[in-house]
Design a protein around this ligand. Structure first.
Ligand SMILES: Nc1ncnc2c1ncn2[C@@H]1O[C@H](COP(=O)(O)OP(=O)(O)OP(=O)(O)O)[C@@H](O)[C@H]1O
Ligand SMILES: [Mg+2]
Length: 249
């Protein structure tokens, strides 16, 4: 479904060029819950930003269902973006708007009539278990609730892919578990392909069928979660697994 080929992303910084991604190759299949794991600064968010068209690759290509991003015109890019929902670590909710208005927002942008948008937003809030918070403001919600609203909003335009950048790293372990269960349900019941970026092995183990490990701008290993974690090849995977063991005894 998503094909990344020879993706390199270089930023021009005051101190010189910074290569955030170097020759990354990756295939994500329809129905995957694909985990991308790595340490801070490895290039994870840059990859997600390239996938969501927020950044343009310096070299290489990304395609969705065989269509290269770089071949798309303005209107086609808008349509492509509607096929992808994005969820961020910091929720990125509109603080001056209610929960319901937040979820309705992408629908309003897409020109959906208000009544229809409201109906759809209420359905989604029900799905994430927050229909009783529709009239609340984000500031009145817990972190886990805010992330549920962000997930509902990301799903409002019925995307085929949900791109999540550290969706649970600001949450405690119990809340993390419930948000991951929600993502798992979205994948199995709504057939939404999910890409999830994290620095926690536990997140990948909980819900990802596949995983790619990224270290210093390069992908060092990739495959089924079971196989990669049962027989880690790279030092960085071993290090991440070792940390996880320490944490849980
Ligand atoms: N807009 C930018 N301009 C310059 N450098 C950037 C920019 N965005 C990212 N970088 C650099 O690219 C590298 C990768 O950053 P990125 O945010 O992708 O890492 P990350 O893996 O998401 O890290 P974290 O786990 O801390 O979120 C870092 O060295 C970062 O400083
Ligand atoms: Mg990041």
């Amino acid at each position: 479904m998503i094909e990344i080929k020879h993706l390199t992303k270089t930023f021009q910084d005051k101190s010189g060029p910074i290569t955030a991604l170097r020759d990354v190759n990756l295939s994500i299949e329809k129905g995957d819950i694909f985990g991308i794991i790595g340490m801070s600064g490895a290039g994870k968010s840059t990859l997600l930003r390239c996938l969501s068209t927020l950044e343009t690759p310096t070299e290489g290509s990304i395609s969705l269902d065989g269509v290269d991003y770089s071949s798309l015109s303005g209107q086609q890019l808008i349509e492509l973006r509607r096929r992808m929902g994005v969820v961020f670590q910091g929720y990125n909710l509109l603080m001056q708007r209610t929960v319901l208005q937040n979820v309705m927002f992408p629908l309003s942008l897409a020109g959906v009539p208000k009544e229809k948008a409201r109906e759809r937003a209420m359905q989604l809030l029900q799905m994430v278990g927050l229909e009783n918070k529709a009239a609340s403001y984000p500031a009145q919600l817990s972190g886990g609730q805010k992330q549920r609203v962000a997930i509902a909003r990301a799903l409002s335009t019925s995307p085929e892919v949900l791109l999540c950048d550290e969706p649970t790293s600001a949450l405690d372990s119990l809340t993390t578990k419930s948000v991951l269960e929600l993502l798992y349900d979205i994948n199995t019941k709504l057939h939404v392909t999910i890409v999830i970026i994290t620095h926690e092995i536990a997140v990948v183990k909980a819900i990802c069928n596949k995983v790619a490990v990224i270290d210093a701008a390069e992908f060092v290993e990739c495959g089924s979660t079971k196989e990669v974690f049962a027989d880690p090849k790279s030092d960085i995977t071993k290090l991440l697994l070792g940390r996880e063991e320490k944490k849980h005894g």
